[in-house]
Design a protein around this ligand. Structure first.
Ligand code: ADP
Length: 419
């Protein structure tokens, strides 16, 4: 089967066509035929980029004023002559959509029908930024692909296994009953993919495995995965909770924000923007939300950049140890996402001092290739080897995430009625 995966944001659409089937995915032999993105949708100079595995591709600026035009452009890319990617659009067997919030309704991916669409709309209350965008992507894609199944794959789905003691906030219980205020967690497809890859690599029985996965990108979250199931995760009711991020503050004493609102006369939107857009690496360093720029400033002796990175890593380390405790042991710690895959500094500082719990990285392996994962790497083991020739008890792995692959696989499983 060939599955088109779509990730629709407010001004971008990421797309991928993946060749897979139940048999092929079991062997891990599914692969991407083309992968691309259209950014700055709604402008005269939108960026269109795509790449084929043989290195062929395209990057250019074009006028793309809405998502429908963007999807038409994607269809043209797929069916164009140069390069020839598909002979016809009918080769696509299903479309898998990333949907950020599935609330309490969706523990698994589902074929989209009217009832599912209504639920996605209902969950927009929790995720007003992304869910409406995801849904309009679904509607536009249904116009181009009216007669094949469309499947919704939820960021929150993997975290449905989190028990009540970990998903409930210690607020009056009726707040949960009335408003479904609880931890939902995000980045679920990424945590699911890299934890599965880690278990496969270690060759341990999935049911006994204890893995911590740190997805560190612009948004950052960390998950405790026991027996292949998420048992706790750092993002909460919204993606604001947990680790420090590019522009988000992460964990915070809630009284602090009430106090600032009072002192600075902020309304709800101002307070939301303060915590979501002006904090994190950007807020502390005063330089950028982009870790590369903060690392550069740190190199040049900038104290605030150093402080931002120190806070980022200290908090990450605290979560790693907390989750090792929650899991009652640890087989592997996995780094993924733009930061996790590329910043040897963050990996080093956030694991430094964890030797007491069996986590020790090899600095040379961590720094190889400038700390960046190579394109062809599917997994890099940066664990130290002791004088006895054995790896450190807890393995530290760097695994490039592949959310699109999980979306494509789930789409096939839904089509085959296996989910
Ligand atoms: P998103 O969450 O938007 O998908 P990514 O997963 O691409 O984002 O992660 C973006 C983050 O990764 C940025 O903070 C960026 O600075 C960081 N990053 C990417 N490459 C490197 C690198 N070589 N060194 C340090 N940080 C990097």
């Amino acid at each position: 089967m060939k599955i088109l995966t779509l990730n629709c944001g407010s001004s971008s659409i990421k797309f991928d066509v993946i060749s897979t089937s139940v048999e092929v995915m079991q062997k891990g032999q599914d692969y991407s035929i083309v992968r691309g993105v259209i950014e700055r949708i709604g402008t005269e100079n939108a960026i269109v980029r795509y790449k084929l595995p043989n290195g062929d591709g395209f990057k250019g600026e074009e006028k793309i004023l809405d998502h429908k035009i963007a999807l038409k452009r994607i269809v043209d890319i797929l069916t164009g002559d140069k390069p020839r990617i598909l002979n016809s659009l009918s080769e696509i067997n299903g479309v898998g959509h990333r949907v950020v919030h599935g609330g309490e309704s969706f523990s698994k991916s589902v074929i989209i029908n009217d009832a599912v669409e209504n639920e996605i709309i209902a969950c927009s209350e929790f995720e007003p930024l992304h869910n409406p965008q995801n849904l309009s992507g679904i509607k536009v894609a249904s116009e181009f692909f009216p007669s094949i199944p469309h499947v919704a794959v939820f960021d929150t789905g993997f975290h449905h296994s989190i028990p009540a003691k970990a998903f409930l906030y210690a607020l009056p219980y009726d707040i949960y009953q009335k408003y479904k205020m609880r931890r939902y967690g995000f980045h679920g497809t990424s945590h699911r993919y890299v934890s599965q890859q880690a278990i496969k690599f270690l060759g341990i029985p999935s049911e006994n495995s204890k893995i911590i996965t740190a997805h560190l990108g612009n948004g950052c979250s960390i998950t405790a995965v026991s027996g292949g199931r998420s048992i706790d995760t750092s993002m909460g009711h919204t993606p604001l909770e947990g680790l420090m991020m590019g522009t988000r503050c992460g964990d915070l004493d809630p009284a602090v924000i009430l106090h600032i609102m009072n002192k600075e006369k902020l309304n709800i939107a101002d307070a939301d923007s303060l915590m979501n857009k002006k904090s994190g690496l950007l807020g502390v360093s005063g330089i950028s939300n982009d870790l590369r720029e903060v690392e550069e400033a740190r190199e040049q002796g900038n104290e605030r950049a150093k402080l931002a990175i120190d806070i980022f890593c200290y908090r990450l380390k605290k979560y790693i140890t907390a989750y090792a405790g929650a899991l009652g042991g640890l087989d592997a710690l996995v780094f993924t996402g733009g930061i996790g895959e590329n910043s040897s500094l963050i990996r080093e500082l956030s694991t430094n001092g964890l030797e007491f719990m069996g986590t020790k990285i090899d600095l040379a392996k961590n720094n190889a290739n400038g700390g960046r994962i190579c394109k062809e790497d599917r997994l890099v083991d940066i664990s130290a080897v002791g004088t006895d020739g054995n790896y450190s008890r807890v393995r530290t792995l760097v695994i490039p995430t592949n959310e699109e692959l999980i979306i494509a696989r789930d789409t096939v499983l839904c089509i085959e009625k296996l989910l």
